[in-house]
Ligand binder design. Sequence first.
Ligand code: CA
Ligand code: CA
Length: 297
Amino acid sequence: MKYLKKENNIYSFSANNEASIIVEEGEEFILEAYDCFANQLKDSDDKLSTINWDNINPATGPVYINGANAGDILRIEIKDINISDHSVMVVAPGEGLMGERFKEHQTKIYKIEDNKLIFSEDIEIPVSPMIGVIGTAPSSSSISTGEQGEHGGNMDCNIISKNTVLYLPVNVKGALLALGDLHAVMGDGEVEFCGAEIGGEVTLKIDIIKNEKLPLPLLENEDKIITISSANNLDSAVKDSCDKMLDFLINFTTLSSVDAALLMSAVGDARICQAVDPLKTARFEMEKKYLKYLKSK
Ligand code: CA
Ligand code: CA
């Protein structure tokens, strides 16, 4: 299986990036990833204030997918996420929703043992590995790996995990996909600026969808369809994720627009992905058991 090491990484999604690896449609491959601090925080004495901020959110790639052309959609199957044996979290003055409450930088290193994050003597947290940053190159200019958008990016959606399918746009030939910012576990909102940051390996399989319109980024797992939106504030992000879901339901299920909107209100869930970056990210979740599809996706 092809394996791309973590040293092959980018800090912005751009059409000008050179591909680090070429894969075929349907081929499984592995991307190794640094943690979001590029492994600069090795113990609790290392502080966020002293590391190189140019090396935040490295994304391993770019991956060139043979046959992907602008206008296509990538169907990205996350086959597996293997995380390392320790995770790092930080409290940083001014960062996160409670950052003003803290005067000093703090770094905590947690062991991962038997699929649990050892938070303290009393608290063990089952890990739930996820991908914070995953995206494709935009058609023009470049987008920092710390930002979010239709291309994906730093969505910090904790559903982007093993056995999930993520749909992203192809804006340039080959798509130039990259990913990083793995979390051992992260709550909705990522409220204090970080998840349980960790390095690891991600196994992907990518297919190319031609001549289809989907509200992107779109997620699918065994139980749910999920739309994702990022905007200047959470209100706008939530509204946009609802509009995307309504569009999806109208186009791909047998529901009328009235029934789709009411069903969303009855059984759909508006949730927060992350509330700590300049753009905020929300998602809307619908359980598939309520949906009768016109076409199988
Ligand atoms: Ca992130
Ligand atoms: Ca992170």
